[in-house]
Design a binder for this molecule. Structure first.
Ligand SMILES: Cc1ncc(COP(=O)(O)O)c(C=O)c1O
Length: 460
């Protein structure tokens, strides 16, 4: 019997974008010029771009048609009202504040909710989310379950919150010092790992007792819904659309980087059920983003987003989306390459500590590995380890995260199965020569979100 490829795409290709093939010598020169940071490579020098799934998606013919319906009025664009209604219909939230992308919403929300000295517990940090919480005066506390830090644990819901850790924090600082719990669906930094509906319901009950709201980072909520359907028995026949709605209904506020799940190239929003937060956000958005009926977005972008939200909760779309990630992950496992298991939804994460066990974490194994993969084949990936973790505000020392990962992230509806095969084969080739790989050191380290712009040189 042939192996079933049940994840095949529910779309066909209408237009293509040419890719440039490069030689190994050209790539060695390009990565040197980029300071061994894949964020600093020029896209023309990249063959298969798996740096991120953020804003790199292919829009559908319907979304492009929606672009032509852009109402570019400064105030009260009809696309805003369409988007507002879509968000209430699909995500349940009552009020919408559009922003240019996710971090715009994180900034406004953190400034409204947090007072100096507060504590924000969350199911693992995300770079921009934690930075905005810290800039507003909070201390982030990780309350994700221990299994999330173990790359070999097969726990199906490594995004779950450990309520004992939350209780411990409440006992220590008091519920009044906790403005909200920061809960992400499909935890990016844990390797795209989901939270279960059962855990979210428990979190809801628990936080209700203490009157602590839940703020939902819903950047990849539909992907989380797909994994709930695959791994939580009572949801196996429930449509993604309904699971997404139920997740959102269990939370009070949400920030969204629309560049992911909703299959657009730019956009984001803050959504809330709290009228008071909404009013404050409406006032703040005009300072930092734009009028409250467009935030940082053009009318046409809001239209494409409204259509993308509907497409993102389609079962067929999500089966292919997550199926492609799982196909790549399984190929890597077959080559014996160490990756995070279970395979997540938006990408496959290489375990750089196991891939390059001879490198100490302070010579940046994941950063080094991402550079080597680029040199091998022109495939662009990114670091999610000590460089992304940054330094502690208090001690100035590096944070040493347990997870030292290279993220291979899949844009939505962009690459084919052959691209996945080439990617897996080229990573396997690097794995074969892993013992000869040396680490990196900083030549430039920016103060904030250093992984975006830092430069390195090889250690000889
Ligand atoms: C989980 C998560 N939250 C927030 C953000 C920030 O969103 P943006 O890049 O749109 O500012 C991202 C982006 O990568 C993300 O993955």
């Amino acid at each position: 019997m042939p192996k079933q490829k049940s994840w095949a795409e529910p779309w066909k290709i209408k237009m293509v974008e040419h890719l440039r093939m490069t030689t190994k010598d050209e790539r060695i020169e390009a990565i040197k010029e980029a300071g061994y940071n894949t964020f600093l490579l020029k896209s023309k020098d990249v063959y298969i771009d798996l740096l991120t799934d953020s804003g790199t998606n292919a829009m559908s013919d319907r979304q492009w048609a929606g672009i032509m319906l852009g109402d570019e009025a400064y105030a009260g664009s009809r696309n805003f009202y369409h988007l507002e209604k879509t968000i209430t219909d699909y995500y349940s939230y009552k009020y919408l504040i559009p922003t240019h992308q996710g971090r715009g919403a994180e900034h406004i929300f953190s400034q409204i909710m947090i007072k100096e000295g507060d504590y924000v517990p969350g199911n693992m940090y995300f770079t921009t989310t934690r930075l905005h919480q810290e800039l507003a005066g909070a201390i982030f506390v990780d309350i994700i379950i221990d299994e999330a830090h173990d790359t070999e644990s097969h726990h199906p819901f490594k995004g779950n919150v450990d309520l004992k850790k939350l209780q411990k924090l409440i006992d220590k600082v008091g519920a009044k010092r906790i403005p909200y719990v920061s809960m992400a669906t499909t935890v990016n930094m844990a390797g795209g790992q989901p939270i279960s509906m059962a855990n979210l319901k428990e979190l809801r009950e628990f936080t209700k007792k203490y009157n602590i709201p839940i703020a939902h980072d819903m950047t990849r909520v539909a992907e989380n819904a797909w994994l709930i359907r695959q791994r939580e028995k009572e949801y196996e026949n429930v449509p993604i659309k309904d699971i997404v709605y139920e997740i959102c209904s269990l939370t009070d506020h949400a920030t969204m980087s629309a560049k992911k799940d909703p299959i657009v190239n730019i956009g984001g929003f803050l959504a809330t059920n709290d009228e008071d937060v909404y009013q404050q956000a409406q006032n703040m958005v005009v300072i930092y983003e734009g009028l409250h009926t467009y935030g940082g977005m053009a009318g046409r972008d809001m239209e494409a987003l409204a259509i993308g939200i509907v497409e993102s909760v389609s079962d067929d779309h999500m089966r292919a989306r997550v199926g492609q990630t799982q196909y790549l992950g399984q190929n890597l496992l077959d080559f014996g390459v160490p990756i995070i298991v279970p395979i997540g939804s938006h990408g496959v994460f290489l375990d750089a500590k196991k891939f390059l066990p001879h490198l100490e974490q302070n010579v940046f194994p994941a950063q080094t590995l991402a550079a080597e993969i680029y040199i091998e084949s022109g495939v662009r990936t990114m670091e999610r380890g000590i460089v992304s973790a940054g330094r502690s505000k208090e001690t100035g020392e590096h944070y040493y995260p347990k997870l030292e990962l290279v993220r291979i992230t899949l844009p939505r509806r962009v690459y084919t199965q052959s691209h996945m095969d080439v990617t897996a084969e080229s990573i396997a080739a690097v794995y074969e020569r892993r013992n000869s790989i040396k680490g990196l050191r900083f030549t430039y380290e920016p103060e904030y979100l250093r992984f975006f712009q830092a430069r390195f040189e090889p250690i000889e």
